[in-house]
Design a protein. Structure first.
Length: 278
């Protein structure tokens, strides 16, 4: 009788202990072994995929900032044991889906997109400035969030850091390429003396060897060639019916942000050329 009582007590103790053990285990513990395996997104401590590796099986909104709660580089090599927040220099996407690395926690701020299979250094904006990463539901960079993250909002005079006039569509497009796609674009990109007004961008792209298409893809710069100056916008999404959505500045001469749905064409509200930087 006493033996049966001990067995019952032991069973209850185990039943109570097991949930507690599982509740404290890190969500990605099973996949994090410091090796970049298939199905994982991996950070490297050093550029050119050198140093210690931190491998992840899914999205992570907050890396943590200090030991022992932060996520760390686990592989052998330089940086092992360091927190990964603001310490990564390169990444390899082996998830099979698109992944975005963000400047801020909770998927905020400037981000860099890694297509499935991409293995590259973090951009100058994200190197040692990484705070979260998100695995998107589909591959190929199918959508960018619509947002007014332009650093010169409200300014309508002076030249920006990319040598375009502040508050203009060209300035916002340059910002979007740098901050969202990770392209170090400026008015002298790829050796061009100037990319110039919006209507000239598709010709400048061809001279620079950047492909120009007649149908859009998310991440493209859409070009309207009509009008005195033309217009450019950043394509955030392509819809199943062939229409697409854009983020832009100075549409209609307001020097303000707008987001809208449009289509391929030559009207003032449309775009006919699409520059594909990546």
């Amino acid at each position: 009788m006493f033996r049966n009582f001990l067995r019952a007590v032991s069973a209850v103790a185990v039943a109570l202990l097991v949930p507690a053990l599982f509740s404290v285990a890190p969500a990605q513990a099973a996949s994090r072994d410091g090796v970049c395996n298939s199905g994982e997104f991996c950070f490297y401590y050093n550029s050119n995929h050198q140093g210690s590796i931190s491998d992840h099986g899914g999205s992570l909104a907050n890396y943590g900032t200090s030991q022992p709660s932060c996520y760390v580089f686990k592989g052998a090599g330089n940086g092992k044991g360091q927190c990964i927040k603001n310490n990564a220099a390169a990444a390899w996407n082996r998830t099979g889906k698109t992944v975005r690395v963000h400047f801020n926690s909770n998927y905020g701020g400037t981000y860099q997109t890694f297509a499935a299979g991409a293995k590259k250094n973090l951009s100058s904006a994200l190197k040692n400035n990484n705070a979260s990463h998100r695995v998107l539901s589909g591959g190929g960079g199918s959508e960018y969030p619509a947002k007014d993250d332009y650093p010169y909002k409200g300014q309508t005079s002076g030249v920006d850091r990319w040598n375009f006039y502040k508050g203009q569509c060209t300035s916002f497009a340059a910002w979007a390429l740098n901050s969202r796609v990770g392209i170090p674009f400026s008015n002298q990109y790829k050796g061009q003396s100037r990319w110039g007004n919006a209507k000239e961008w598709d010709d400048a792209a061809r001279r620079a060897g950047v492909p120009v298409y007649s149908r859009p893809k998310a991440g493209d710069i859409a070009v309207r060639e009509g009008g005195t100056w033309g217009h450019v916008a950043f394509v955030t999404r392509v819809n199943s019916n062939g229409t697409f959505q854009v983020d832009e500045y100075n549409y209609g001469g307001t020097s303000k942000y707008s987001h809208r749905r449009t289509s391929v064409g030559t009207a003032n509200s449309q775009f006919s050329k699409f520059i594909r930087f990546k």
